[in-house]
Design a protein around this ligand. Structure first.
Ligand code: 5AD
Ligand code: SF4
Length: 440
């Protein structure tokens, strides 16, 4: 029987994509996927280090892996991704049962380790640009990722990512377009462009081949077979009018923008080193509303950043109220090793952070529920993903606005259907499939 691997992924979509590439690579080496961790010859983790909670969750899994290895000492344990990068060689001191550790996007180093005769523990933490064309094992055949850049040049004072993923490097547009064409030929109709800061794409490219992010969107839009384009995440400082306009003009580009706010207080934004003010952010939102009136807006917000006063927090509440996001990821600030903000003296007590989070979530959810009412009575195009999570006799899919839609109807995963929306909460829409089905 072939050797079996088991992979657990933590963190963001970039990590999910890295994991798909890791799986593709392992399968090309003859490994197959184990149904459970206990059955695996190779136990792998693709880790995240964005908040302390992410670390803690992962460490619990790692201890389980150690117990399995005690029973079966020939089991190989590998740890990749941002947490691994953030602790580097220390990983082998703290967790001597780990055999191989590697930074984000360095799957090829795992292959090198697995195919070499090396017996000692190995760590691979050099930053490199994109690690080449690895085969990808996609979670869904009709949805694909397109990683347009690696790394991040921002210096957000709370964030560990610049230190785990290195400097920003844009990939060659010709290579990206060829990859989008390959995805489409392979049955992908929805593609998500990935980068730490997608809308600074291209600025590091040499002139003759340089494309801006808006031009790249347009090129992907022209690829036959691509019906939906999404991207994550943009930075408000780089949100130029051409990108916003593209949402109105490019047929495949979805009516959804995830625009991380982080804080509604200009003073806090300054200490976060976000390089925009509350006014500049709201001005971007106003332009989105003007050019793409139906665009869904979502965001990320951190509460309890060091020194955040009640007045600062009130300003965050005001922005959340005023913008009326369709959804928001809300986080309690978590000090991260080696970041600037972790060194600031005025850390906020945990109870205050929790209380602010609750107040923020109330506003976000109320506004999201209100905004969602605009869909009731409309017919939306839904990409079917599978059965509904709460009621398997119904279907679940996503609208172009990235709203989850649970509905009665027939359809296979990957099909586009029209759904008449009959109800809406802050999180999901419900509806019924229209009788005249689309070709999909
Ligand atoms: N503490 C809390 N939230 C954080 N994020 C990034 N770093 C931290 C941190 N140290 C949040 C930001 C970012 C999202 C992916 O995670 O809101 O946009
Ligand atoms: Fe993704 Fe950031 Fe977590 Fe790394 S630390 S996996 S970039 S969320």
């Amino acid at each position: 029987m072939s050797r079996q691997y088991h992979l657990t992924t933590f963190g963001c979509q970039m990590n999910e994509h890295d994991s798909e590439r890791m799986q593709g690579m392992l399968e090309s080496l003859g490994y197959s996927q184990a149904t459970e961790r206990a059955a695996a010859d190779l136990i792998l983790f693709n880790t995240c280090s964005i908040r302390e909670k992410a670390d803690e969750r992962f460490i619990a899994h790692l201890h389980e892996a150690r117990a399995l290895k005690r029973r079966r000492p020939e089991t190989v344990i590998g740890v990749g991704g941002c947490w691994a990068q953030s602790v580097k060689e220390e990983v082998f001191r703290r967790f001597p049962f780990v055999d191989v550790a590697f930074g984000p996007g360095q799957m090829h180093k795992l292959a090198e380790f697995l195919t070499s005769d090396s017996i000692g523990a190995q760590g691979y933490f050099e930053f490199e640009s994109f690690t080449g064309d690895l085969p990808v094992k996609r979670a869904r055949e009709f949805q694909g990722w397109l990683q347009i850049s690696v790394g991040c040049n921002c210096v957000c004072s709370y964030c560990i990512v610049p230190s785990t993923r290195g400097r920003e490097v844009s990939r060659d547009p010709a290579v990206l377009i060829a990859e989008a064409q390959r995805l489409a030929a392979d049955g992908v109709t929805e593609v998500t462009l990935l980068g730490q800061n997608v809308n600074s794409y291209g600025r590091d490219l040499p002139h003759p081949q340089r494309l801006s992010f808006a031009q790249l969107l347009s090129a992907v839009d022209s690829v036959d077979g691509i019906r939906r384009i999404r991207y994550t995440s943009p930075h408000p400082k780089d949100m130029r009018e051409d990108v916003i306009r593209a949402h109105a003009e490019l047929p495949a580009l979805c009516e959804h923008i995830h625009l991380p706010l982080q804080s509604g207080s200009s003073a806090v934004l300054k200490r976060m080193r976000r390089t925009y003010t509350r006014e500049r952010y709201l001005d971007r939102v106003a332009l989105i509303r003007e050019l793409v009136p139906d665009c869904a807006l979502t965001t990320d917000i951190i509460v309890g950043f060091p020194g955040e006063t009640e007045e600062d927090f009130q300003q965050t509440l005001e922005v959340a109220e005023e913008v009326g996001y369709d959804g928001a990821f809300t986080f309690i600030y978590s000090p991260r090793r080696g970041t600037e903000a972790a060194e600031i003296d005025q850390q906020i007590p945990h109870e205050v952070k929790v209380e602010r989070l609750e107040r923020l979530v109330d506003v976000v959810q109320r506004r999201a529920a209100e905004q969602a009412q605009r869909f009731v009575g409309r017919t939306l195009e839904v990409l079917v993903e599978g059965p509904s999570r709460t009621d398997p006799s119904r279907l679940r899919g996503r609208s172009r606005h990235n709203k989850v839609v649970n509905f009665d109807g027939l359809g296979n995963p990957g099909e586009y259907v029209d759904v008449e929306i009959t109800g809406a909460t802050s999180q999901t829409l419900t509806g019924e499939m229209s009788l005249v089905a689309r070709a999909g």
